[in-house]
Design a protein around this ligand. Structure first.
Ligand code: ZN
Ligand code: FE
Length: 257
């Protein structure tokens, strides 16, 4: 499967997935129509499918226009997003498969950022939307810290280490700066910050990351790190925080960073 990153709006990513045998394609989170349309034409593929990670406007903004242009489009989203994802045709529930061309994938239900948030998984490739960002995670609009903790650490964290994670926004530099502020002794974060800063200054993007890299640099997947615990505990003296309490406090710190 070929994956084309399509920058959209200010800092969003849509992704065009191309099935090599059929030249049929799916687009993950079309924020807007024009850049997606351009990529479809450039690669000469047939768009058959939209995969929406969640219902926010900056992830579904192109649905209506694309459906008008390609009336046969199959549009996947979580079953609980019925009525919130424009033109949705497939309402995913536990155990369902996700198909386009000759490709078959699965999905993980990841409540936290929104209640219907999902990650699409095709082999060693996953599309995390606003649940996991490189070195960060989405804000908790509709879920609890406990849910987001489990979505990241149990659901996505249960994938193989070498899974490539394609995320929804280019927030990596800011996320790494926060990560460093709560774990100054983590040299992996410094290294990645230098590498991503160079990438960005030459106009390139930081997507995808890998699960292994996130385990080393993403504070929201490192709530048992001694240094992160110490940082967080120093702000709540006298408390012995559980891993999920560390997560909750980290998320609050990030909101105010
Ligand atoms: Zn969102
Ligand atoms: Fe978003």
């Amino acid at each position: 499967m070929e994956i084309i990153t399509i920058p959209c709006l200010e800092d969003n990513f849509a992704y065009l997935l191309i099935c090599p045998n059929t030249q049929q394609a799916a687009v993950v989170d079309p924020s807007e129509t024009a850049p997606v349309q351009k990529a479809i034409e450039k690669h000469g593929v047939e768009l058959t499918t939209i995969l929406n990670t969640h219902h926010h406007w900056d992830h579904v903004g192109g649905n209506k226009e694309l459906k008008a242009k390609y009336p046969e489009l199959i549009i996947y989203g979580h079953e609980s997003d019925r009525g919130r994802i424009p033109e949705q045709t497939v309402f995913l529930k536990s155990g369902d498969e996700v198909c386009f061309g000759e490709q078959t994938g699965t999905f993980l239900h990841n409540p936290g950022h929104t209640s219907g948030a999902i990650t699409f998984v095709f082999g060693k490739t996953a599309f995390t939307g606003d649940t996991l960002f490189a070195a960060g995670c989405g804000r908790l609009f509709e879920g609890t810290p406990e849910q987001m903790h489990d979505s990241l650490n149990i659901q996505i964290g249960g994938l193989p280490d070498d899974t490539e994670l394609y995320f929804g926004h280019e927030y990596t530099v800011a996320n790494l700066r926060f990560a460093l502020s709560v774990e100054t002794g983590n040299t992996e974060i410094n290294k990645k910050l230098a590498a991503v800063t160079t990438l960005r200054s030459s106009g390139k993007f930081s997507t995808p990351t890998t699960l292994a890299e996130e385990r080393r640099t993403n504070p929201f997947m490192r709530c048992s790190s001694a240094e992160i615990c110490a940082t967080v505990t120093s702000r709540e003296p006298g408390h012995n925080l559980s891993e999920k309490e560390v997560f909750r406090t980290l998320r609050e710190l990030k909101n105010n960073f």
